[in-house]
Design a protein. Structure first.
Length: 107
């Protein structure tokens, strides 16, 4: 029999040592937008499925949450890259013409 201890989200098995961190349902919902509707949209499942999640997510559900967070991070990085490129090109075009307005966002 294995004894497990939860230490700040890390499960430590007495025989095998550290294993995957614990992700709580409430924490996952907050990380993915704060509602079952947002979570369902980002993961591609129904709101009812989110509501039926256990309090402690399984490894499979934790992986799906992590994948959705990764996609959000990559998309945000791409938006920042595109905005920086837009600003660089805008600066090149307006160099020498102080009368043109400065655009600060692509959204």
């Amino acid at each position: 029999m294995h004894d497990a201890y939860d230490l700040e989200g890390l499960v430590i098995d007495a025989d095998t040592g550290p294993v995957q961190p614990v992700l709580m349902k409430d924490e996952a919902i907050v990380l993915l937008g704060g509602s079952a509707k947002e979570v369902s949209r980002k993961i591609g499942i129904t709101e009812q499925a989110v509501r039926n999640w256990p309090a402690v997510l399984s490894a499979k559900l934790r992986d799906r949450v992590q994948a959705a967070l990764w996609r959000e991070m990559v998309a945000a990085q791409e938006r920042l890259r595109m905005q920086a490129e837009f600003e660089r090109k805008r600066a090149e075009r307006t160099q020498g013409n102080p009368n043109l307005p400065r655009i600060t966002s692509v959204e």
